[in-house]
Design a protein around this ligand. Structure first.
Ligand code: PLP
Length: 382
């Protein structure tokens, strides 16, 4: 493997991840939930494209005590990097994976009786207890026992003696837009938790809140919150924004590879979808859809060069993209381009790109492909 410090010079399109921004956001989140609520840093999908290992280490150093990922592979990357904090697997782990989960001290999610029985059998075979969290579906319609199945949960504890039921959780589909729906979920979930605890089931951690719940619904914090988006400095929605001092951590950069002036009536890019109306100075960037810069159905509108906004023109190619720099003086080969993030006083946010593409900031940061090198930077701001 090529040293990341060199590879970004070899292919000048890269992502900078500001770990001081992550540290600041994590400290603020911990402050918001208070000392009695644990903070679980959600680092699935390579830390929402920011780099799971660096984000996890930073979050753990600044107030998070737990981590969450989607699957076993993501968890093993963290363990291999020497991270020992508790890790919850949020999605499906096949029963064959139980020995690995045991060997690496991972926590699995139980949302189905047959799956619980399979985990029980595997844990028995290994003669070890497997730590699990139960998941309740209070409205997401995704993973989880329906609350009506409450009566079937208590027997599960007896049937699965090799499972250590450490926690119970649910998930919010609209905490960023519908407080009443979320409040109803909190009531439903709270009732299931209360009943089980009244039955003597210890369940150390009950948890429900994602970023939007953490920021917008304090009564949803229970014993632990699971925060992804806000930790990266991004806002769940306009209704539930990240506090103004939260700092976005990711900047996506490229450089100018070519500068030239085209005459009026000249075509630009595949499909001849763009034709210059007047004499136009264009720059080419060595970045395209093979890096995750979306081509279709619509592309990002603009980038930053020389501290100013420059529109993307023509189709995004696999490895190259053109911009109109007619209004920007003195652009030269090698100049920095910012596709996402700040340059000088200007900023292109993940939220804004999401609006242009018809998607959300989550998908914008997760769509930058792994082939784009991630470079850690620090920028102490407080
Ligand atoms: C991804 C995820 C989270 C984190 O959500 P954010 O909105 O990014 O804070 C929390 N819980 C579950 C179950 C998830 O899948």
């Amino acid at each position: 493997m090529i040293d990341p410090d060199i590879s970004y010079r070899l292919r000048p399109t890269w992502v900078e991840v500001d770990l001081d921004a992550i540290a600041h956001n994590v400290r603020r989140l911990k402050q918001i939930v208070g000392p009695r609520v644990a903070l679980m840093a959600v680092v699935k999908a390579d830390g929402y494209g920011h780099g799971a290992v660096d984000v996890a280490r930073t979050a753990l150093a600044h107030g998070a005590s737990h981590l969450a990922v989607a699957n076993l592979e993501e968890a093993l990357i963290l363990r291999t990097a020497g991270i020992h904090a508790p890790i919850l697997i949020l999605s499906y782990a096949p029963p064959e994976a139980v020995p690995l989960a045991l060997a690496h001290d991972l926590t699995l999610t139980v949302y189905d009786e047959a799956l619980a029985a399979d985990y029980q059998r595997e844990a028995e075979k290994a003669r070890q207890r497997l730590r699990v969290h139960l998941k309740i579906d209070t409205g997401m319609g995704r993973l989880g026992f329906l609350p009506g199945a409450g009566d079937r949960l208590a027997p599960l504890f007896e049937a699965c003696s090799q499972l250590d039921f450490e926690g119970i959780y649910t998930h919010f589909p609209v905490a960023d837009e519908d407080a009443a729906f979320t409040a109803e979920q909190v009531r439903t979930f709270g009732a299931v938790v209360d009943q089980l605890r009244a039955d003597g089931k210890a369940l150390k951690y009950a948890h429900a809140a994602n970023s939007a719940g953490t920021l917008g619904a304090p009564d949803s914090h229970f014993d632990l919150v699971r925060v992804g988006l806000a930790m990266y400095g991004l806002s769940p929605s306009e209704l539930v924004p990240a506090p103004p001092d939260f700092r976005p951590a990711l900047t996506w950069k490229s450089v100018v590879a070519s500068v030239k002036t085209l005459p009026p009536g000249h075509t630009v890019g595949y499909g001849n979808t763009y034709v210059t109306e007047r004499e136009t100075r264009i720059a080419v960037m060595p970045v395209g859809y093979a890096d995750g810069l979306r081509r279709a159905p619509s592309h990002q509108r603009e980038v930053l060069v020389g501290g100013m906004h420059a529109p993307i023109i023509g189709r995004v190619s696999m490895e190259k993209t053109m911009i109109d720099i007619s209004a920007i003086p003195d652009v030269r080969i090698g100049d920095e381009v910012v596709l996402l993030g700040a340059q000088g006083d200007e900023r292109i946010s993940a939220e804004e790109i999401g609006r242009n593409l018809g998607t959300i900031n989550y998908e914008v940061v997760c769509s930058i492909l792994p082939r784009v090198p991630r470079q850690v930077i620090t920028s102490p701001g407080d």
